[in-house]
Design a protein around this ligand. Structure first.
Ligand SMILES: Cc1ncc(COP(=O)(O)O)c(C=O)c1O
Length: 456
């Protein structure tokens, strides 16, 4: 229900903000509809200070000037995450519907921590989460909430796992808890271990870079201090999906919490061509996927899910006299992760899913997988290039015969500066290789293949 525009009282200390609202919304609309400039890039803070001048002053520089600064100086000093040839790290290619609804979400200014204040928004977020629960093959009683990113999702899930283990085993072991994972887990898992003050039991990899049941069983022999095993469904560096079914067997044998980090690759659950790689995920205890990576939502958005949300509530619910009135029977996202105040950051995903439908999501994810496969094929047929491993999802690792690290860097930096392609070197099994990550369904294989010809 809309009330009359500009109907805020005349006593507002901010004066009449209608012009600044119109200008900001108009800027957002034109930005959504124009392609990104791939040459946008970071600049030193000293340069930005000189170009921007003093922006925070006692009387304010005015919305028009601030917006113009953002347009001319600040936004161009950021990387175009959705450029079709940004294939570095894990980029982000939100739908226009999702971006537009991010604006709507901000405008609605909803406190999404508690049902009593955010019911409508939380209901819609839960619809989007229920879609993911169904993709996982989990019971409908599973649930969770949206947090800012995979790092926070992993930390929250592992905090819940640790609390559960401490509860079940009557306290923490003398030497403290450990979590079990391979060297290929995302750096946020080690960060979580540091924050939780738990150790890391390193598990070996197979020669394709997977966590396997047999390696896990070997590593766990004679241990009684492990509270969780972390599997990855789509490693950041190589797009590898661990042998989740075998890993789940071992976790079941030892009554260990299985957390699956699908921050990037979890989107593959919606793609029939790769769904078989995730078998076993239906037995995990917690899971994350970042819609800002490969589910076409803008930053920042991580879906955090628990098979048994009550266990997360036991770990995360905050209590204080002024919080006593909270109805704990309701679905309060604040109870399920390390946060209290939160924006309803799942709404852009919900709106995009509701707008486009899940079939289009499947088609868009399959598109990236097909593009990666076509580029991998072209690399396989290029005498000067070598595919170092078969892609499992949409990350490709390959090398240029005879090149050293400096040559890779020079090629990569030249192409980045010219706005041709963002393709960075990484390491695979000790060797420097090039890496491409496809999450943008608008990236055409032919475009990438044409650029790779310059590696000759
Ligand atoms: C597998 C994996 N886990 C966790 C993360 C961390 O996610 P975020 O950057 O959203 O905190 C990433 C980021 O790339 C990732 O690829």
């Amino acid at each position: 229900m809309m009330s009359e525009i500009g109907s805020r009282g005349t006593t507002s200390p901010w004066g009449d903000e209608r012009d600044v609202v119109s200008a900001a919304v108009a800027w957002a609309a034109q930005r959504v509809l124009r392609p990104s400039d791939p040459r946008t890039t970071a600049r030193p803070a000293s340069e930005l200070a000189a170009a921007a001048g003093k922006t925070i002053t006692a009387s304010g520089i005015g919305g028009k000037a601030a917006l113009s600064l953002f347009d001319q100086v600040l936004e161009p000093a950021t990387r175009a995450q959705d450029d079709v040839l940004n294939l570095a790290y894990i980029p982000s290619a939100p739908t226009n519907a999702a971006i537009a609804f991010d604006l709507v979400t901000s405008a609605a200014n909803i406190f999404g921590g508690l049902w009593e204040s955010g019911a409508g928004a939380i209901f819609a977020e839960n619809e989007a989460l229920a879609w993911i629960v169904q993709l996982l093959g989990w019971p409908a009683t599973a649930g969770g909430c949206f947090v800012p990113g995979g790092t926070m999702g992993n930390l929250s899930a592992l905090a819940a796992a640790r609390a559960y283990a401490t509860h079940c085993r009557g306290g923490r072991p003398k030497g403290g808890w450990r979590l079990a994972c391979t060297t290929e887990v995302h750096s946020s898992i080690r960060a979580a271990a540091r924050i939780l003050d738990v150790g890391v039991l390193e598990v070996g990899l197979d020669d394709r870079g997977h966590l396997t049941g047999s390696e896990l069983r070997r590593a766990l022999a004679d241990t009684d201090d492990v509270f969780a095993v972390v599997g990855t469904a789509g490693t950041t560096n190589a797009g590898v999906v661990d042998d989740l079914d075998d890993v789940a067997d071992v976790c079941a044998e030892r009554a260990l919490w299985l957390h699956v980090d699908g921050a990037y690759g979890g989107a593959g659950l919606a793609a029939p061509s790769v769904r078989h790689r995730f078998v076993g995920i239906e037995r995990a205890d917690s899971f994350i996927v970042d819609p800002h990576k490969w589910l076409f939502a803008p930053y920042d958005c991580c879906a955090l899910l628990y098979r048994t949300p009550e266990l997360a509530r036991a770990a995360h619910a905050q209590h204080a006299s002024y919080l006593d009135e909270i109805d704990r029977e309701e679905w309060n996202p604040a109870d399920l992760a390390i946060h209290l105040s939160r924006r309803a950051r799942g709404l852009p995903l919900w709106f995009s899913l509701a707008t486009h439908g899940t079939d289009r999501y499947t088609a868009a994810i399959e598109q990236s997988i097909a593009t990666a496969a076509a580029v991998a094929d072209a690399i396989r047929h290029s005498p000067h290039l070598r595919l170092v491993k078969e892609p499992e999802l949409s990350v490709i690792l390959f090398e240029r015969s005879g090149w050293n690290e400096a040559e890779y860097r020079a090629w990569s930096q030249r192409n980045a500066a010219e706005g041709v392609i963002l393709c960075l070197p990484t390491r695979w099994q000790g060797r420097v290789v090039l890496r491409l990550a496809f999450v943008n369904p608008e990236t055409a294989a032919e475009q990438v293949i044409e650029v790779l010809a310059s590696l000759r």
